[in-house]
Structure formats: C-alpha cells, structure tokens
Design a protein around this ligand. Structure first.
Ligand SMILES: [Zn+2]
Length: 234
C-alpha cells in the first residue's frame, strides 16, 4: 500500500469515533466504506458488499491497494464514523438502526441504515466535498408540500412536527396536497356566488367587516363585495 495512504489511515483510525465499527461497535475496524468515508469491521464489510457498490464500496485499510485518488480523498475528507451516525440521527434514523451490538451484523438493519434518505444525503455531501463544490441540503418534499405560510416553516424538521403533520394529512406523502379546507371553500364559492374570488379574500374579510358593512364607509364600492362575501359566508 502507498505509504502516504497508510499514514492517513493510521491517523484517521486514532480518532475516537473511528476506533469502533460504525455499524456494530466492534473495536479496531480495518475496513472502509468508501462512499461514506467510514470504518467498519470485517463482518459488517460482508453485509456492505451485499448492498452493492453504488451504496457502499468496501476496501481494506491494510490489504487493498488504493489506486483511485478520489477514493483516497473521500476517506481523507470524510468526518468519520461519529459524524456520519450523528448526521443520520439528526435526520430521524432510529438509534436501533444506526447501532447494533458489537460483533453482530444484521443485514436487514444495515439495509435500512444505508438505504435511508439520510445516508443518501451523506453520500451526496461527501461527493460534493471531494469535488470542492458547495452542498446545500434539499428541503424535504413532505415538509415543502405541507408547510403553512409562515416564514420559517420550511426550516422545521423535528420528528414530532413531522408526525403531527402526517397525522393531519395522511395522503400527503407524494402528490401535492390541497391546503386543509381549500376544497370546502371552493365548493362554497361555486355553490353560492360563482364568482372567481380567491379563498383568502373570502375567508378573511367577512369577519372583519361583519359588524357593519354598510355603515363602514359611504358604501358604493363595498356593497357589491359584501353582497358576494355575505352569500359565500352564509
Ligand atoms: Zn461491525
């Protein structure tokens, strides 16, 4: 093996998070999952191979010849086992999927871990790092479709929030979901006045003006508006 590569691995494997297998905690892992820049044990490396090289390309850190500069750079630039697992954790991958017991490798668990959307994002992020391009995490689609019109809505990503929204609109996973109440408002508009007014106008104004629409001003412009809205509101 190239001495420079060997030196890099020795240094990397001294870091606390890299001293145990990224998947099962077995001490002193000698295999690398290149796509993730992580260190894994021999048993887990076998399962990684079954995931396919597009998910996890596995190389030995002591035996294999590292010919690809890109692969070496991935291992060099990646932040290691602890950072990878933290990244998954922060994106809702369950703890029991992230970590198993030392010396046990569970193919089904590792498939869940490495087929997760969070793991895919990590691989993209590492690719961008190696290419020297900025990586911006995409907004989760489910949040974007369901987000209310508050300025910071797109930033929310807590699991409890996610569960709340899924509970509120179960069919919203893929197709764009209508805002709650929108279809009801549409039926009101079509059923009563037929006017092509936007739902927010109809929803907002009758309450504000309901006290005294006719007396609010001299009335000539407003009366028509109130007539339509009044009909829609009844
Ligand atoms: Zn392991």
């Amino acid at each position: 093996m190239n001495p420079a590569v060997q030196t890099m691995f020795v240094a990397k494997q001294k870091q606390e998070g890299n001293r145990a297998c990224c998947d099962c905690g077995e001490r002193n892992p000698k295999w690398a999952s290149v796509g993730h820049g992580t260190f894994i044990c021999l048993d887990c490396s076998g399962t990684h191979r079954s995931l396919g090289v597009h998910i996890s390309f596995v190389q030995s850190t002591t035996l294999d010849t590292w010919k690809s500069q890109r692969q070496v750079r991935k291992m060099k630039l990646a932040s290691g086992n602890a950072a990878f697992n933290d990244f998954l954790r922060a994106r809702g991958v369950p703890e029991e999927v992230i970590h198993g017991r030392p010396g046990t490798t569970d193919p089904a668990r590792l498939r869940r871990k490495y087929h997760s959307h969070a793991a895919e994002l990590w691989r993209e992020r590492l690719d961008a790092l190696v290419d020297g391009v900025e990586w911006i995490e995409p907004e989760p689609v489910e949040y974007a479709d369901l987000a209310p019109a508050s300025p910071d809505a797109g930033r929310q990503r807590s699991p409890s929030d996610s569960a709340k929204r899924r509970g509120g609109a179960p069919a919203a996973a893929g197709a764009p979901a209508p805002a709650p109440g929108q279809s009801f408002l549409k039926s009101l508009i079509r059923g009563s006045s037929g006017a092509a007014r936007s739902p927010p106008q109809l929803r907002a104004k009758p309450k504000r003006g309901s006290a005294s629409p006719a007396r609010a001003s001299d009335g000539t412009d407003l009366s028509g508006v109130w007539a339509i809205q009044g009909a829609a509101g009844e």
